[in-house]
Design a protein around this ligand. Structure first.
Ligand code: DX5
Ligand code: ZN
Length: 224
């Protein structure tokens, strides 16, 4: 099943509740929340208090994408604030297996993320314990960047490996997902599509989500 996960990074933070509701009315089914620490990525965003506030305005799963150096230290606070899904970057986890089980110990779905330059082979030993794999299709840090097409093969390969190894993780894509790239990511095997700028950048978030979901669903139907 294809799901659209609006990323609030490009939303108007002064009207966050209203913008989340609009994206949800358009069919967004997961709210993607980008957490940045100014170390792992060259930008700063939000912390657990905003997750706690979001929890009050939506019942949709909150997908917290941690772009931070020391995720183990903050996973408890995000889980307690109301995160449902928590993903961590392979590049910062020295003990990835431990971190994944830490996320699960809070009854959250656990995801692992790879940057455009990180090969999927680095995930071989954790694919059987994660709930989702997030393939970055831009270098993390900012919304509104250009999609990097060379990341598509990783989505394809993750779908193949899942079949071969009979695993169940879902495949998420994040970065530059827009009307002109949505077909390619769905064809490659992505099922959870994060979109920030294409949803909140201009126009009506509800209509933008509807248009993206329509294109994604058509691409998925054409695949089978
Ligand atoms: C980038 C973030 C993304 C970002 C995507 O570092 O992880 O979630 O919001 O934004 P767009 O869809 O604008 O590329
Ligand atoms: Zn993200």
């Amino acid at each position: 099943m294809i799901e659209l996960a609006p990323s609030i990074l490009s939303a108007d933070f002064a009207r966050l509740g209203e913008q989340v509701r609009a994206a949800c009315e358009g069919g967004g089914s997961v709210i993607h929340v980008d957490i940045m620490d100014g170390h792992f990525v060259p930008n700063l965003t939000i912390g657990p208090p905003v997750v706690k506030s979001l929890r009050k305005v939506t019942e949709l799963p909150l997908d917290c994408h941690l772009m931070i150096e020391n995720p183990d230290e903050f996973i408890p606070a995000f889980a307690e604030a109301g995160a449902d899904w928590i993903s961590v970057h392979q590049e910062v986890c020295r003990h990835l297996n431990r971190t994944i089980y830490l996320i699960k110990s809070y009854d959250c779905l656990a995801g692992v993320v790879i940057n455009p330059a990180t090969p999927i082979e680095t995930l071989t030993e954790v694919l059987d314990i994660v709930d989702y794999v997030l393939v970055m299709s831009v270098n993390p840090g900012f919304g509104g960047q250009k999609f990097i097409p060379s990341t598509l093969h990783k989505m394809r390969r993750l779908a193949e490996i899942r079949n071969q190894r009979r695993l169940t993780y879902r495949i998420e894509v994040d970065g530059g997902v827009a009307p002109d790239t949505v077909t390619d990511v769905v064809r490659a095997g992505a099922e959870i599509l994060v979109a920030g700028n294409a949803v909140f950048g201009k126009g009506d978030p509800k209509k933008n989500v509807e248009a993206l979901l329509k294109a994604a669903t058509e691409a998925a139907l054409a695949k089978v």
